[in-house]
Design a protein around this ligand. Structure first.
Ligand code: COA
Length: 155
């Protein structure tokens, strides 16, 4: 059975290590920066967004757990719009567990958790080339609200 549980303070440094590597790769691919520069940007953004780590107000860091398998992924969201919406800042199913329905099960569990608390919308951003995530969100009823665009003038 899949459950979403709060990340414990002792689990944060492992999450941080994963997040910086993963996000740095995305920054490097999107902006053409070196991996060193991208890692520094990723680390700074994480520190700015989560000044109190797992206890940062309005932010929810969850471990996705499956019976007998332990932590199979992470979900980080923030409450916005006076609590009527949440924005997913990070969502990952660890590589060994992908393609098994856990992504779908996680978002379904999230919807069930949020519904009684008055949350009306779940928002997120997905990279244009992330076919798997895009397919998952579409299947679950997310719709496109716009496009992020960038023109790089200088590094
Ligand atoms: C995106 C992600 C969370 C999806 O989790 P998952 O457990 O692999 O997803 P599921 O097994 O529930 O599959 C859901 C849908 O994804 C798509 N999908 C699954 N495996 C796929 C594959 N190998 N290739 C393309 N699409 C695939 C399908 O649309 C599938 O729906 P279906 O089973 O009805 O066909 C996971 O792949 C992941 O962590 N990726 C890296 C991080 C990431 O991209 N996060 C999202 C950021 S916005």
């Amino acid at each position: 059975m899949l459950t979403l549980r709060p990340m414990q303070p002792t689990e944060f440094s492992k999450y941080r290590d994963y997040f910086i590597v993963d996000y740095a790769q995305e920054i490097a691919a999107n902006f053409g920066y070196s991996i060193e520069k991208s890692s520094a940007i990723a680390a700074k953004e994480l520190a700015d967004d989560l000044p109190q780590n797992v206890t940062t107000p309005d932010n929810f860091l969850l471990c996705i757990e499956e019976s007998n398998k332990g932590t199979i992924g992470y979900l980080w969201y923030k409450q916005i719009d006076a609590g009527t919406s949440v924005f997913i800042l990070d969502f990952v199913i660890l590589e060994a567990f992908r393609g098994l329905g856990y992504g779908k099960a996680t978002l379904t569990a999230l919807e069930e958790q949020l519904a009684p608390s008055g949350v009306e919308q779940i928002k997120l951003r997905v990279a244009y080339d992330n076919i798997r995530a895009f397919g998952l969100y579409q299947k679950l009823g997310f719709s496109i609200t716009g496009y992020n665009m960038i023109k790089i003038l200088a590094e």
